[in-house]
Design a protein around this ligand. Sequence first.
Ligand code: MN3
Length: 394
Amino acid sequence: MNNKKNIAILGSTGSVGTQTLEVIGGNADLFNVFLITANSNAHLLIKQALEFLPQYAIICDESKYAGVKEALAHTPVKVLSGIAAINEMVTHPDIDTVLTAMMGFAGLEPTIAAIKAGKDIALANKETLVVAGELITGLAKKHGVKILPVDSEHSAIYQCLVGEEYETIEKIIITASGGPFRGKSISFLENVTREDALKHPNWVMGAKITIDSASLMNKGLEVIEAKWLFGLEADQIEVIVHPQSIIHSMVQFHDGSVKAQLGVPDMKLPIQYALSYPGRIKNNFKRLDFTSYPQLTFEKPDLATFRNLDLAYTALKQGGNMPCIINAANEIAVANFLSENIGFLAMSNIIEQCMQQIQYEASPVLDDYLNTDKETRIFAQNLIKKMPLKALQF
Ligand code: MN3
């Protein structure tokens, strides 16, 4: 296999997964796709397997296994199915880097398995660090693996920190576009629809993260993700709304100097950096033309209207299993908003009630996270079922 880097892509059919394949496709001399996985999108998984001929293709949904197997029968690609197969195959000795782009809590177990097997992680699944940041960063340290952020804000901070001493960080400043409802009032948000929320001004992403961006929960999850990635305290992590999404985030050092990383909004750049780190690869992605952006503007986030960001800071300060609770509650809330069972503002109420009602654990271990996640999902789903129609909005 010469010295190409073998990459496993967990969640290859999602937005980050497909863009990762684009990056690898443009650098076939440097990277080899070793393993791809999909939750249920068998059609796209087959198409990707035919194009990239990975050693393994895994479909999580076992009911689709036979179809995928048959479609790839004439190729050397080995087809497997189920989450257990993913947890096992990410430990394959030939894999160098595992890029985790599965959606939500599902990313946790395979990430743990990969770290224990000594694989570097290109982390696109922020929920993994939100839910179990202490456990994951502890394991990464123990096994000597790097966790390279794919999230654009964290990639920006990572790039700003190259060559710097950790002790000199005063704070980091995470930028937020503000999403499609920036500047709107509570009364406006009462009536927004799924379609309104899915219209992100700057980034093209999957449905879940797009709703999280509209509610600012995405920024809340990113604040928690940053705490663990960079070993910071809550008061060292600031969020600032920057609607143009040109500055991807910043670091302020203890001499007052601020470093920023800039570029046009395109996930392919942070994906490529995570795969090529510590090097940089020449590419022909769109370049930033400063004169197209004569004004870069900044404003404080509106925490009274977008309560999710405030709830995330609360969870971060409380620690323990609280971030796991908000993540699970949010996944259920977003799924129900997407299927039009609840209104936009109900999402924060569901998360807040779960934070108050689910048993708090100060020092959770893996089983506690699994239990908290499960319990919170059931509780949140029941809450939605029992809610009177009007309460679903408020
Ligand atoms: Mn981001």
